[in-house]
Ligand binder design. Sequence first.
Ligand SMILES: [Zn+2]
Length: 415
Amino acid sequence: MLITTVLNHIEKHKSFVYGKPRWGKGRKQIEVPIAPRKNGQAICSGCQLPAPVYDRLGRRRFNYVPLWNIAVVFLYTMRRVNCQRCGVKVEKVPWGRGKSPLTRSYSIFLATWARRLSWSEVAGIFGTTWNRVFDAVKEMVEYGLEHRDISGVTAIGVDEVQHGKGHSYLTMVYQLNGKTRRLLYVGQGRTAKTLLRFFHDCGKPWCLQLQFVCSDMWKPYLKVIAKKASQALHILDRYHIVAKLNTALSEIRASEARKLRREGYEEVLKHTKYCFLKNPRNLTVKQKLKLKDVLKYDLKSVRAYLLKESFQVFWQYSSPYWASWYLRKWCARAMRSKLDPIKKFVGTVRNHEELMLNWFKARKQFSSGAVEGLNRKVNLVTRKSYGFRSFEVLKVALYHTLGHLPEPEVAHRFC
Ligand SMILES: [Zn+2]
C-alpha cells in the first residue's frame, strides 16, 4: 500500500491530487507534493467562491499528522485568483487555514492531545513547539465558542478564582442545569464590569430566561446579578458560606494556639486544625481521639467548633420558614460567644439572609458541590505548568478543558 492510497482514503480533496511522496531533510521527513487537478477550480479566500487563476506564488509547506513518528509535510505552490468580488486574493486550500503552517488535520490532532497532556508534553511528543500547540488549541476554542449552543441554559453559577501570585482574580460563569456542567465565561478580574460583560455578550433575551443564579457573597457580583437577572432566583452557594465559617474557626484556633504556646502551656491545640475543619465522619481514628481530648478543655476554639457543627443543622431543614427560625436562633447564640471572627460571620449571615434562604427554595435543583467541583478543576488547570504567561493563554486553556465546546468535523479521527 502506498502513502498516497492512505491519504486518498483519509483526506481526499476533490480539486487536488497527491503526488509521489519522497524523503526530505535527511530522511527525517516525508514530503508529499500536492498539485491542483487540471479542471479543478481555485477558490477565493475572501468570498469562498470559485474564481479564475491570476498567478502563482512560492511553494508553501504545510505540516501534516506525523506517520510512524516521521514528520509529514505537504508541498504546494499557492495560486492567486482574480476575484470579481474581492480583487486579487490568495486561493483557499481545503487542508490549510489562512497563513498557518499547520494543516487543519494536524491542528485538530494537536488540540485533541492537548486536552489530555500538558502543552509542552504534546509539543515534545509530536515534534513541534509550544507555540504551535497553543495556536492549535486557540483555534479549536475559537471554533467552539462560535458554534456552541447556550440557548438551553437556565441556571448559572458565578464564582471568583484566584490565580498566579498576588491578588489576581478570574470571574468564572458556569452552566449548572442539564447534564453538562460547563464553563461559559472567563473574565479577567472580579469587578462588576467583568461580570457585566458576560451578561452583555449573551444578550437581554438570554438573561431573561435564566431561572437560577448561584454565586458567592462578593458584592459587585450581587449587584450585577440583581440588575441583569432580577427574575431569576438568586442563591448563595452553600460551599462559600461554609468556607467563611471555617475561616473564622481557623482564625480563632490559630491565635489561641499562639497564645497558649506563649504562656507555656502544653500544646493542647497542636495538630488540631483538621480535627476541627473536617466533617466528624471523615476523621481518622487518631484525629477522633485528639478531638475528643481537646473538647474537654474550656477553650475559645472549642466554643467556635461547637458553633460550626451546630450550624450544619441549618442545611437540613426543608422549609425556608423553619430554616430561618433556626438561623436566627443560631446567630443569637453565636453573638453571645464573644468570638470576634464568629461575630463577623454572623454579620455576613444577617446581611445575606434572604439569599441564603433561597437555597431552600432551589435545593432540589442543585447539589451544594456543583460550583465547588468545577472550582477544583479550574485550580488544576491554573496550577498545571502549561507556561501560562498571560491571561489570554489561561483563558484558552480553561475553555479548552472545561467548556465542553463543539469541535470541528473531521473526515478521519487520528486520536
Ligand atoms: Zn472573492
